[in-house]
Design a protein around this ligand. Structure first.
Ligand SMILES: CC(C)(COP(=O)(O)OP(=O)(O)OC[C@H]1O[C@@H](n2cnc3c(N)ncnc32)[C@H](O)[C@@H]1OP(=O)(O)O)[C@@H](O)C(=O)NCCC(=O)NCCS
Length: 151
């Protein structure tokens, strides 16, 4: 695979972001209007990054700030690009930017059965810090809570 660079998402990336989200059943699913709001000044501190290859956007990550703590809301890589380090690159770029912004913690929740995502988070140094019983619907499943302290 050719070199991938990670940069801040812009409105023109929206179509590619939606395509990647829709190609991944286990990604968090939002309405297009919720993605559009990423690029509006809504007062909510959000960060959206994309991984860009030679010809296309290969993945994205979205996080939001809650006080100085950041919640990873969604991360997905195009199915053809998975397993090649793109998710790890996106997550590392997110951690770097959150640190630069003075963030003290990165946290997230994930379906217990999502082994690819769990592995990605563990490799990036996030640790399981809790469980929410039957947090997800269709199918019902527990969420595992992960966090990484950044101070
Ligand atoms: C989770 C996801 C973003 C990982 O991205 P990726 O680019 O495939 O991950 P990477 O290639 O950077 O791999 C990171 C680590 O996860 C592991 N991994 C990736 N896919 C895996 C899989 N299907 N099964 C087990 N481990 C997997 C890799 O082996 C690697 O660990 P290693 O360094 O020990 O080998 C990607 O699988 C995806 O888009 N999944 C669908 C969306 C989703 O579930 N998002 C999370 C919930 S919001």
């Amino acid at each position: 695979m050719s070199a991938i660079s990670v940069r801040k998402a812009v409105l023109a990336d929206l179509r590619a972001i939606l395509k990647i989200e829709q190609a991944n059943a286990s990604a968090a699913h939002w309405n297009p209007s919720e993605y559009e709001r990423l690029f509006e000044d809504s007062g909510i501190q959000r960060l959206a990054l994309v991984a860009e290859g030679a010809n296309a956007i290969e993945g994205f990550v979205i996080a939001r700030e809650v006080a100085t703590e950041w919640e990873l809301e969604n991360i997905a890589v195009a199915p053809d690009g998975q397993g090649q380090g793109i998710g790890a690159g996106l997550l590392q770029a997110l951690v770097d930017r959150v640190r630069e912004a003075g963030g003290t913690k990165l946290m997230l929740e994930v379906r217990e059965s999502n082994l690819a995502a769990r592995r990605l988070y563990e490799r990036a140094g996030l640790e399981v810090c809790g469980r929410r019983k039957r947090y997800y619907q269709q199918p019902p499943e527990d969420a595992l809570l992960f966090e990484k302290k950044l101070t």
